[in-house]
Design a protein around this ligand. Structure first.
Ligand code: PEP
Ligand code: MN
Length: 337
């Protein structure tokens, strides 16, 4: 339920209103934006009579949100959410490029790639320390050592860092050390993890699950938002279909769907969605053209020898060329890169 407030509402009316809502066993949450004064009501509002609330002082009107992802919905928050990550803006008219290797492999590798992607214009450095691999015998990531190396790369380049969290127990460490916490596709419906991430104040990149609908993805975001963390970035990373030529099927229409349904920023992963480096530039251009708020791209200094996902990783020179192309397209579609 959304309560639109009158612009003339007094502080006392506002506090009285919040108290009355709390008496009903519900939680009022302020989501003021530039043009709207709005209170979102969290909890079971099925027994609440909206005509009564409409008559309370300071209230302009009351609307019930029909979709199940109430906080993620555009109705709850009519303007796009823009998330600030150490001064880098994600959402609105920004096209934010995150780039780096699939996995952090060594100090030399991560520093070299970090310097390269920064020089080409990436704003955020990616790198996996914990790798969710299909086989338990495949490289699992350098774990905490990988996290330390990412921090080292941040120190050298000044780029904020994003990395995937494998489990709840690592949350305190990630909150302390990482700038964006990534929830991988395989964890999109790990509801206990999502609930725990809802309680922290840190941007979360929520990847779409391998076989999940847009509605399930938005409900997963809702778990984080419901806990009070409103810094959620969505990431379309391809879904599993009957097609096998590409690693997954990139669902670019999901970007438009998210824009129709939600205020949350949505970025595209052209690497995991295609599994092929030769498709990354074209899919990145397509992501920019269709209104995505950014991309997260795998770049490796020596993809042939990468410990993970070399086949979909761009070499730094190719990434540089792609960035040049994206810079040409961005102003045409009204985005800043
Ligand atoms: C990744 O970004 O490194 C990754 C494992 O992606 P996904 O969760 O989308 O498979
Ligand atoms: Mn990868």
């Amino acid at each position: 339920m959304i309560i639109k407030l009158k612009n003339s509402i007094t502080n006392k009316e506002y506090l009285d209103l919040c108290a009355k809502i709390e008496e009903l066993g519900l939680t009022p949450r302020n989501v003021d934006s530039e043009n709207h004064k709005v209170l979102n009501i969290i909890g079971d509002t099925s027994k609440v009579d909206e005509t009564t609330i409409s008559s309370w002082p300071g209230v302009s009107n009351v609307t019930r949100i029909q979709v199940p992802y109430k906080l993620a919905s555009l109705e709850a928050h009519p303007e796009p959410t823009i998330i600030d990550v150490c001064g880098v803006k994600i959402g609105g008219d920004n096209f934010t490029v995150m780039a780096g290797p699939c996995s952090v492999e060594s100090e030399e590798q991560i520093i070299s790639v970090a310097n390269d992607v920064k020089a080409s214009g990436a704003k955020i450095l990616r790198g996996g320390a914990y790798k969710p691999r299909t086989s338990p015998y495949a490289f699992q990531g350098l774990a905490l050592e990988g996290l330390d190396l990412l921090k080292e790369a941040r120190k050298v380049t000044g780029l904020p860092i994003i990395t995937e969290i494998p489990s709840i127990d690592l949350i305190p460490r990630f909150v302390e050390e990482v700038d964006i916490i990534q929830v991988g596709a395989r964890n999109m419906q790990n509801f206990e993890l999502l609930k725990a991430l809802g309680k922290i104040d840190k941007p979360i990149l929520l990847k779409r699950g391998l076989c999940n609908t847009i509605s399930e993805w938005l409900m997963a975001a809702e778990y984080i938002l419901a806990g009070g963390n409103n810094k959620v970035i969505l990431c379309e990373r391809g879904i599993r279909t009957y097609e096998t030529y590409t690693r997954n099927t990139l669902d670019l229409s999901a970007v438009l769907a998210v824009k129709e349904l939600s205020h949350l920023p949505v970025i595209v992963d052209p690497s995991h969605s295609t599994g092929r480096w030769s498709m990354v530039e074209a899919m990145s251009k397509a992501a920019l053209a269709c209104g995505a708020d950014g991309i997260i791209v795998e770049v490796h200094n020596n993809p042939e020898c990468a410990l993970c996902d070399g086949a979909q990783s761009l070499k730094p020179a190719k990434f540089d060329k792609m960035m040049g192309q994206l810079r040409l397209i961005a102003p045409i579609v009204g985005k800043k890169i």
